[in-house]
Design a protein around this ligand. Structure first.
Ligand SMILES: C[S@@+](CC[C@H](N)C(=O)[O-])C[C@H]1O[C@@H](n2cnc3c(N)ncnc32)[C@H](O)[C@@H]1O
Length: 227
């Protein structure tokens, strides 16, 4: 049976794009990920194997409903873990990261709608998805509250937000240290290490229903519903 996404599309190689203004903060960050795309999986391989893979499995097991949006799919590391029978629409604003995800989807023979799109400006109607999902993304979205609001808009009432995010530690000493080295990390990787992501989730109107610290209070699994 052919799976159809919220826009009625189905092919994982469809490659639809939604262009960004050339000088926008999004363009700057997406270029950094374009630059990293070739090395990304290699760079993360040790931690992927020791920690991330098991976290991905735990989070994707929590997906409910059959219409799922993954924001910031990157090189497609979550794709192997999706439960069967769900239709996945996955977006990323880096064309090169997305190309790698396309290859993963093709190797897995998985039908995924992979679209070049900014989570801050989603091209989907309201209430299009049952679950909205992202892993390690809101550290680099230029306006994270806007992106989280967009996810809320496209998630149906009663639907679920599932996130795996790293954020600023609450303890003041490491917190200040993270603030200090953050500009360097942003320049190199495009990611902020001092985001107050829990506050951002609340500001975007999500009601947090589950929060588990996976690695001290820096990496957290968060679930929310419409407030
Ligand atoms: C650190 S990587 C994580 C990739 C993947 N989710 C994973 O767990 O391996 C962050 C990804 O989010 C994407 N991203 C960041 N901001 C975005 C935005 N505003 N819209 C769409 N994608 C975004 C980046 O291009 C990158 O691929």
């Amino acid at each position: 049976m052919e799976n159809r996404g919220p826009e009625g599309g189905s092919a994982h190689r469809r490659g639809r794009t939604y262009p960004m203004p050339k000088r926008s903060p999004s363009k700057r960050i997406s270029r950094r990920y374009d630059r990293l795309a070739f090395f990304y999986d290699f760079m993360e391989a040790p931690i992927e194997k020791s920690r991330f893979a098991s976290w991905r499995k735990r989070l994707t097991d929590r997906i409910t409903g059959d219409r799922v949006l993954e924001a910031g799919v990157g090189t497609g590391k979550n794709l192997p873990y999706y439960p069967s029978g769900v239709h996945v629409t996955a977006i990323d604003f880096s064309a090169k990261m997305l190309n790698r995800a396309r290859k993963v989807a093709a190797d897995l023979r998985q039908e995924v709608d992979l679209l070049e799109m900014d989570v801050q400006f989603l091209a989907f109607p309201d209430n299009s998805f049952d679950t909205v999902f992202a892993t390690f993304v809101f550290c680099s979205v230029p306006d994270p509250v806007r992106g989280l609001r967009e996810l809320r808009r496209v998630c149906r009432p009663g639907g679920r937000l599932i996130l795996l995010e790293h954020m600023r530690p609450e303890n003041p000493f490491p917190g200040i240290l993270f603030d200090f080295i953050n500009p360097m990390v942003v320049r190199m990787m495009g990611a902020n290490i001092n985001r107050r992501t829990m506050d951002n989730i609340h500001k975007a109107g999500w009601k947090v229903q589950l929060m588990e610290n996976l690695s001290s209070d820096i990496v957290r699994w968060i679930e929310g519903t419409h407030n």
